[in-house]
Design a protein. Sequence first.
Length: 103
Amino acid sequence: MSMLTVNTKKDGAKLTAEVVGRVDIMTAPQFESDVSSELEGVSDLVLDLKQLDYMSSAGLRILVSLQKTMSAKKGKLTICSPSADILDIFTATGLMDFLNIEQ
């Protein structure tokens, strides 16, 4: 059973989403919905991944989609505090060069 919690906090045009648990084929739709539903008026999206244990390709697709959405809005997506395992996934898939990652 996959578990995912997305805690969002809006501060003006900044949205911080703390992603806890696993983003996989079962939880990816929830992840996308929880973040996308809050994007109205947001120009600064921060995804806090320090408590993210696992991300599948379904989650990676959503990150790419969010990056494109924020770029189209002239906004910014920042990924904070990913674990070593998640960083390895970003490196292996070439997303390190595509995403704005703060360790």
